[in-house]
Structures are given as C-alpha cells and as structure tokens.
Write a protein that binds this ligand. Sequence first.
Ligand SMILES: [Zn+2]
Length: 316
Amino acid sequence: MSTTLPEENTLSHEDTSSNLESSQNLESSSPPASADAHQGTVHIHQEEASSSRTTSLTASLKSYLFENTSNKNVRDCRYIYRPLHALDTFNTKPCHNSFLCVSCSKRELRPWRIRLQRVAQIVESASFVTLSVPTDSDLDTAWRNLELVWSKLSKSSSFSRQKKSHGLLHNVRAAEVTYNESTGQWHPHLHIFLLFSTDDQDATHVSEDLLRRWKIAAEAIGVPVSSSSQHWKLVPYEDRYDTAGYLVKQGPWPTSIKAGTLLVGDILRQAATGSLEHKKLWTEYERAAFGRTAVRGSQGFDTWADSIASELVLAA
Ligand SMILES: [Zn+2]
C-alpha cells in the first residue's frame, strides 16, 4: 500500500527531550545536495511553511491524545501537551508507545529502522512477506489471531530447519493496521523482512514455504486464510533501504495516499478535528494495540545487526 512518510528526524537516540520535541515538527524534506541556490531558497521557504503547519498539527494531535486517550501511560507521557490545570499529572517519563504516541513513536522506531536499513543492504538476498488473517471480526480478535499464528509458525521446528538449510539469517516482523472505509473492516497484518546469507533461490524457497505454512498454521487454530491475501517478493539490492523504511512505519505519523484506505495516522487526524466516527475507530485501535509490540526481530537480531554495523565502521 502506498503511504506518505514524514522525513526522518536527524537526532540520535540519546537526544534531549527539548531537541526531540522540535524534531517531531520536521516533516519536510531537506533540499538535495545537488540543488542549486535558487532551488535551495524555494525549499527553505517550503520548509518554513511546512514546519509551521506541522507544529500546529503536532499540537492538535497531542492535545487530542491528552483529552481522549484510554491509555494512561500515553496520557501521562512527558511529551504529551496538557492544559495548565492538569500540570499536576505531568510525568517525567516518556510512554515509549510506538503505536499511539505522537512523540515516542518516532523515537522508539528509529533504532529499528536504522538497524534494518543497514543490514538489509549487506545480506546476500532479502524478501518481503505480508501475512494476514480474515478481518470479519473486531480488530482485537483479528490482531490476536494474527500474532498467534505467527508465534506458532516462527517457533516451529520446521521454520528452524529452514533457517539452517537455506541460509535464513534473521527476520524482522512489523505489525501494521489499516482500515477499509468501503467495507468498514480493519486489516491488521504483518510485514516480515527475511534476510539471507544465500541467494535468491533460497529466499524464494523459504518465502513460498512460509506462505504455505502460514495457511496451515492458521487453519490449525480455526482461522482459514485465503492464499490470495498473502504476498511475498524478493527485494533487490537497490530497493532494500526504502523497503526497510516502509516496514518500520507504525504509529500516528504516516498517512495513506490510497483512496478508501486509512492508516491509523489518518484516523487520529480526523478524530482530532472532531469526527466522532474516527474517534470511535481510534479508540478501538488504542484498545487493540494495548500490550502489543510494533516491531520485533528474531532472537539475537539486535546483537547481530549491531556487530555488523561495528564491522562496517572498522572496515571504513
Ligand atoms: Zn509518549
């Protein structure tokens, strides 16, 4: 699905809270290095206007969350705006909620995106898999089924054998939720980046096998899935950086450019402007997201990815 994704902020994970606050307002793109002076001026003017609009948007979304969220940690997050009369609820801790918080989402997801973008470009082969379950139930039930099937599948001995025999190094899975305005159905799904030390032939084998096993595992818990709603593709080297960025895009910032499909960022924006329909949807999403994890790597992924990054630095 096509989306727009705000520009990645340029702060490190250890940046101060005041810097982080200002960084959340930078949605516009920096001028490319090749831009001439005139183009650069145009970009600067656009950035000023865009930054101002985003500041206003950020404030309205934070205010909405403070007034309406059912998640206490998000409401009390140190980065969420509160009116003067509510300053006694000020919490010095961030909420760390990737799914809901306008501020913490970027901060939490950025290390994941950077790690994945780095390693995706040094592995021999990579594939991108999308897995889903039927959505004829409420969001929480569908999401629970989705995680249950993946848990069974990823922990199975057959999947472990695939890793060894076909060079599957690691995988990173990300949960994403969209909403179809035409059918009124939620669509929770998993995106999975598979990273291989071998070639495209092995990546093809493992990916096709994963889809086949997904269907079997889902049916085993009474959730029949159609083959046509599961997808995979090889990710050529030149696409891996962007695909990794696409995978790690949870939370309230990305918005959809596909008519009739809403990302949760669209839902929050509409709710913040007073739409009762979207407020109801956002509340359902909040409750379903409670206790869930946005992005997760296979066992040892973090250590492996960081060791590779260190090697790259030493080799440079
Ligand atoms: Zn927060």
